[in-house]
Write a protein that binds this ligand. Structure first.
Ligand SMILES: *[C@@H]1O[C@H](CO)[C@@H](O)[C@H](O)[C@H]1NC(C)=O
Ligand SMILES: *[C@@H]1O[C@H](CO)[C@@H](O)[C@H](O)[C@H]1NC(C)=O
Ligand SMILES: *[C@@H]1O[C@H](CO)[C@@H](O)[C@H](O)[C@H]1NC(C)=O
Length: 212
């Protein structure tokens, strides 16, 4: 009996390690990812070859090109900035044209703080009780989007706007709701029933949200 309990305890402990997994604590001062390597393994560049250039990044100095929704996002993670590897964080520069939107989406593995660099942005999230928390956030102000919760933004000012989003994971993940629902190939009949729309309306949405 005791033995069985001990085995159960060990199994539970092992299991909880997996369930509560988050970005691990670093075990080295830094672990610069080898050039052009994705962060899929934990190999580090030989530290005698590491320079200050590995810890600086200028790829978000200028805004990117706007999408059809008047939005541009430039994610900065260890794939583009190798010095971030294993440090448990990443960030994004996002720019909004006048009226531009960041469609409802969520990050499964990170909480995000969005600091408004320029402009006025209607920003918000929805919790798991479907309660909405939304307001206009202005230059110099910050909003936090709790991990895994649906959130969205729209530039409501009359000039372009930008934010710096910071994540407490080096790989926060991103799931855009319209694309996940209409661009992923879920059976059409299911979508018709879920949204109370006709086959024609669903087909139109599907064409619009095919991922590119
Ligand atoms: C990790 O990735 C790097 C770069 O892709 C590769 O050179 C290295 O062999 C990999 N290490 C392991 C243990 O798979
Ligand atoms: C790292 O680079 C130094 C200097 O080039 C070299 O002496 C050392 O053997 C390298 N270490 C590894 C693990 O490759
Ligand atoms: C924006 O578009 C231009 C022209 O197509 C292109 O040269 C440039 O690389 C793009 N910028 C970014 C950040 O993708």
């Amino acid at each position: 009996m005791m033995q069985k309990r001990a085995v159960l305890l060990v199994v539970l402990l092992l299991h909880s390690h997996v369930v509560f997994a988050s970005d691990p604590d670093p075990v080295l001062d830094f672990c610069v990812a080898p050039k052009s390597s994705a962060n899929s393994n934990h190999s580090c560049k030989n530290s005698s070859a590491v320079t200050v250039e590995d810890f600086t990044f200028s790829g978000i100095k200028y805004p990117g090109n706007y999408s059809q929704t008047g939005f541009s996002a430039m994610p900065v993670n260890s794939n583009v900035f190798p010095g971030l590897n294993t440090l448990g964080m990443s960030f994004v520069r996002a720019d909004f044209d006048v009226g531009g939107i960041n469609v409802p989406h969520f990050h499964p593995r990170a909480t995000e703080t969005a600091f408004v660099l320029e402009g006025r942005i209607y920003s918000g999230f929805v919790d798991t009780s479907n309660r909405i928390f939304a307001k206009v956030v202005e230059k110099g102000e910050v909003m936090v989007f709790p991990r895994g919760l649906l959130h969205f933004q729209m530039n409501v000012g009359d000039t372009p706007a930008s934010i710096l989003g910071s994540f407490n994971s080096q790989n926060p993940g991103l799931q855009k709701i319209p694309t996940a629902i209409f661009g992923s190939g879920i059976k059409e009949e299911l979508l018709e029933k879920a949204f109370g729309l006709s086959a024609r309306e669903i087909a139109k949405l599907r064409r619009k949200f095919v991922p590119h």
